[in-house]
Write a protein that binds this ligand. Structure first.
Ligand code: FES
Length: 206
């Protein structure tokens, strides 16, 4: 697997690593794809909503450590609104790319950052806890990466239908029958949706 020099630099000497004591906001997320975990801590200026400090701890792989490191650089000194617009693709691009099978590591880092921002917003009455709906499922499916090309299955239009009724989530996906990643993608969809407490049963049609 070929890593860029930037990935290696951030992996060997990660920026902003560690924990902030008494942070204004924090989040810990796990990747359903690999089981690895990342925590992000924020110090935010109450008046300007500028991120004054950010630190992370990662129990993930080199790609995850590198992505978490670079996003802390990208959002330090930025407002929360600016920070939440950073995408996992921008993070991967800032590292001069990641191997397609490692894109989910970038998704994990950016998702954790967004959860930490959300934590701040909820604590400060700037946002409400999200109410569950079909859109929650679609948003979760955007974190499932098709490893052959390193893009999410919603953007790739592989998701043909999403439904939710009586606790049952229904997802129709279009993956060619002999695709080597078919089983992995289906398994990953299940693992993502199993984390949502409102979903009692998952039906996936391929
Ligand atoms: Fe788990 Fe990269 S393989 S975060």
């Amino acid at each position: 697997m070929q890593y860029s020099q930037k990935v290696l630099d951030h992996f060997m000497k990660p920026h902003n690593i560690g924990k902030i004591e008494n942070p204004d906001a924090e989040a810990t997320e796990g990747s359903p794809a690999c089981g690895d975990q990342v925590s992000i801590y924020l110090k935010v200026n109450d008046k300007t909503q500028v991120i004054e400090d950010i630190k992370f701890q990662s129990y993930g792989c080199a790609s995850n450590i590198a992505t978490a490191s670079i996003i802390t650089d990208m959002v330090m000194g930025r407002t929360l609104d600016e920070a939440k617009k950073v995408t996992w693709k921008e993070a991967a691009d800032a590292l001069d790319g990641l191997p397609p099978v490692k894109m989910h590591c970038s998704v994990l880092a950016v998702d954790t950052l967004r959860k930490a921002i959300k934590d701040y917003e909820i604590k400060h009455g700037l946002a409400e806890k999200e109410t569950f709906g079909k859109n929650t499922i679609v948003e979760e499916l955007k974190k499932v990466i098709y490893p052959k090309v390193g893009e999410d299955i919603v953007t790739l239009k592989m998701v043909k239908y999403v439904g939710f009724e009586n606790g049952i989530a229904t997802v129709d996906v279009d993956i060619p029958k002999f695709d080597e990643h078919r089983d992995n993608v289906v398994e990953e969809i299940k693992e993502h949706l199993e984390q949502i407490k409102e979903i009692k049963k998952i039906k996936i049609t391929i």
